[in-house]
Design a protein around this ligand. Structure first.
Ligand code: NAD
Length: 312
């Protein structure tokens, strides 16, 4: 049985990934400092024979024995990563150094959960992996964007310098059950506000677009990336290329929740990208993967989750 380390395993994406790996019969070691993750995300796994939980901060070295590492530890929503920006950069950069060092010692395969934020506010649309991005190095989002860019650099240097087997996945907006209700991300924001009858806040005029990938599709892609041959390092974009404006998303959610919430418009936050859509040609070809869950189906599952946790 393969031993697999998932850092950030008690978070939104990490908990779904741990679940899939445990169900596949892998021995899973979930490492998390519970900065944004929670035990409730993995409550269904605690007690399973092939699942182990360890409280640990990845900015410190970790000595364990595993065959593969999925490095997901890092707060992902602007509210959380801007709360303690220095810690965010440390988590990305020191976390990457520590996990790469571990992978080198064990000669283990390692996958980095990178992000579409490495493209910044892009001048090219949709974004292919070959695009280098337009990122502000000194803005309020830089702790996350530049931290993740530096982590990618480290991954590719460990690959060139130490011949380590690396996989870099650039994740675009992903949503689904176990998103944090107060993380300020647009899908969870709109759903929580609609369910609680609060005003729905749209930043800007609502014409900015995003593409949303359902969590199960993302996890399937990450597993396929880990199983690619050694030559396949990525970076590879994973996301759903179907684009929606914020107004369209809001209308869908208002309808699904039968909400009477009012829509209010607020100024766009600093450095907010105006559009984002992945070019997934590489994923389609190399992984034989494309998203299969429609926004309508994914939103139904997510709305049901929030109804349950908000006890509505
Ligand atoms: N969800 C998305 O749409 C999205 C998009 C792009 C990239 N990503 C990346 O995927 C990964 C997971 O994102 P998520 O949405 O599940 O976010 P999340 O905040 O729910 O999960 C992150 C997890 O990492 C843990 N963590 C944070 N700092 C840590 C540290 N120093 N040591 C150990 N654990 C730490 C948190 O407690 C949490 O459990 C992140 O690396 C994120 O950058 C996510």
């Amino acid at each position: 049985m393969k031993k697999i380390l998932v850092t950030g395993g008690a978070g939104f994406l990490g908990s779904h990934l741990c679940e899939r790996l445990v169900d596949k019969g892998m021995e899973v070691l979930c490492v998390d400092n519970f900065y944004t993750g929670s035990k409730s995300n993995i409550s269904g796994l605690i007690g399973r024979q092939n699942f182990e939980l360890m409280r640990h901060d990845v900015t410190f070295p970790l000595y364990v024995e595993v065959d593969e590492i999925f490095n997901l530890a890092c707060p992902a929503s602007p509210v959380h990563y801007q709360y303690d920006p220095v810690q965010t950069t440390k988590t990305s950069v020191h976390g990457a150094i520590n996990m790469l060092g571990l992978a080198k010692r064990l000669n283990a395969k390692i996958l980095q959960a990178s992000t579409s934020e490495v493209y910044g506010d892009p001048e090219i649309h949709p974004q292919p992996e070959s695009y280098w991005g337009k990122v502000n190095p000194i803005g309020i989002r830089s702790c996350y964007d530049e931290g993740k860019r530096c982590a990618e650099t480290l991954f590719f240097d460990y690959w060139r310098q130490h011949n380590l087997e690396i996989k870099v996945v650039r994740i675009f907006n992903t949503y689904g059950p176990r998103m944090h209700p107060n993380d300020g991300r647009v899908v969870s924001n709109f759903i929580v506000q609609a369910l609680q009858g609060q005003d729905i806040t749209i930043y800007g005029d609502g014409s900015q677009t995003r593409s949303f990938c359902y969590v199960d599709d993302l996890v399937e892609a990450m597993l396929r990336v880990m199983d690619t041959p050694k030559e396949f390092t990525g970076p590879v974009n994973i996301g759903n290329p179907t684009e929606f404006t914020m107004l369209e998303l809001c209308e869908k959610i208002l309808k699904k929740t039968a909400s009477k919430s009012k829509v209010v418009f607020k100024p766009l936050p600093e450095d907010d990208p105006k559009q984002r859509r992945p070019d997934i040609t590489i994923a389609q070809q190399a992984l034989k993967w494309k998203p299969s869950v429609t926004l309508d189906d994914g939103l139904d599952l997510t709305v049901n989750y929030f109804k349950k946790i908000l006890k509505l």
